[in-house]
Design a protein around this ligand. Structure first.
Ligand code: PDD
Length: 293
């Protein structure tokens, strides 16, 4: 098991992974990233993550063609070198190294980093018992300020939300947008269940187009479960029958308590459990029938 970092094609142990103090990713949070995980050693939805990384880079005008190495090949090489049973992967593209200043011309070459470390599956108790969330006071960056569509290395908005939740004993902070509607978690997308219907905020609410979210929506389509992308008021979330959060690392996490109030029965609900089972079955199918069932 190992933690390795691939910096522009050079793979080194995590302890020796150093970058320049003049990397604009460090200086200004000027870069974009993706988080992936493997199932059976194979990165899940790699093409989707690479497409989103490329789109994020384009939105902040980092020229993909100037990357010193080819991202999918570097992911493959780093995973092979790490030889972990399962890995957590972080892909980062920064503006690159250059003198102080905001002019992108100061950094002629972007940097590509691939972090690989062993992936620890969240404990099964999280899925059996559910987690707690807090609707935080920090609002989601509005698209007109910093489009959440850009999976930006500058995560202060998300970190402040996560900190507020953790300080109040919740595992995840749910942010509202400037209109006061539910946007997303600090690093998750939000779903609610009302009767037989699944509800989730639309992309226009100013959220990241989460790949797990997208996967859940397509599972609903296939299984004939009504799923509506619609604005959700915080009070509607609190009075929902069920709620769950989605992300690459945590799949579908049932939320049983928000702001100290029980959601539905206060236990993971039937539709959440059904969708988690469908999600895991789809992963199993996609990874050749070997993933955890
Ligand atoms: N977070 N919303 C935000 C703000 C996120 O940062 C993430 C992902 C998601 C869920 O997206 P996906 O299903 O594609 O993982 C939603 C990752 C896990 C992270 O920051 O490490």
């Amino acid at each position: 098991m190992s933690r390795l970092v691939n910096i522009n094609g050079h793979i080194v142990p995590a302890e020796q992974a150093n970058i320049s103090a003049y990397d604009h990713g460090f200086l200004y949070g000027d870069g974009v990233y993706e988080t992936l995980r493997t199932y059976q050693g194979v990165p899940f939805l790699l093409d989707g993550h690479l497409a989103r990384l490329r789109r994020s880079a384009g939105l902040i005008r980092i020229d993909w063609e100037r990357l010193p190495v080819e991202p999918s090949e570097e992911v493959r090489k780093t995973l092979l070198a790490a030889d972990n049973e399962e890995s957590l992967i972080r892909l980062a593209v920064s503006r690159g190294v250059g003198p102080l200043g905001y002019d992108p011309a100061l950094c002629p070459k972007p940097s590509l980093l691939v972090y690989v470390q062993p992936f620890d599956q969240p404990p099964e108790a999280l899925y059996q018992d559910g987690a707690r969330a807090l609707i935080v006071t920090v609002r989601r960056n509005p698209p007109a300020a910093l489009n959440p569509y850009v999976k930006s290395m500058n995560l202060l908005n998300n970190i402040l939300a996560a900190m507020e939740a953790l300080e109040k004993g919740a595992e995840e902070g749910i942010m509202l947008n400037l209109s006061g509607n539910v946007a997303e978690g600090s690093n998750t997308n939000v779903f609610a269940v009302r009767g037989e219907r699944l509800l989730t905020p639309p992309l226009a609410a100013g959220i990241l187009d989460g790949l797990t979210r997208e996967h859940v929506i397509s599972l609903c389509l296939r299984a004939g479960i009504p799923c509506e992308e619609t604005d959700i008021r915080p009070e509607e979330l609190l009075s929902a029958d069920e709620c769950f959060l989605t992300s690459t690392t945590r799949e579908l996490v049932p939320i049983v308590l928000i702001d100290g109030r029980s959601i539905g029965s206060g236990k993971p609900g039937p539709l959440t459990k059904r969708l988690l089972a469908l999600f895991r079955a789809a992963v199993k199918e996609a990874t050749g029938g070997h993933a955890r069932g």
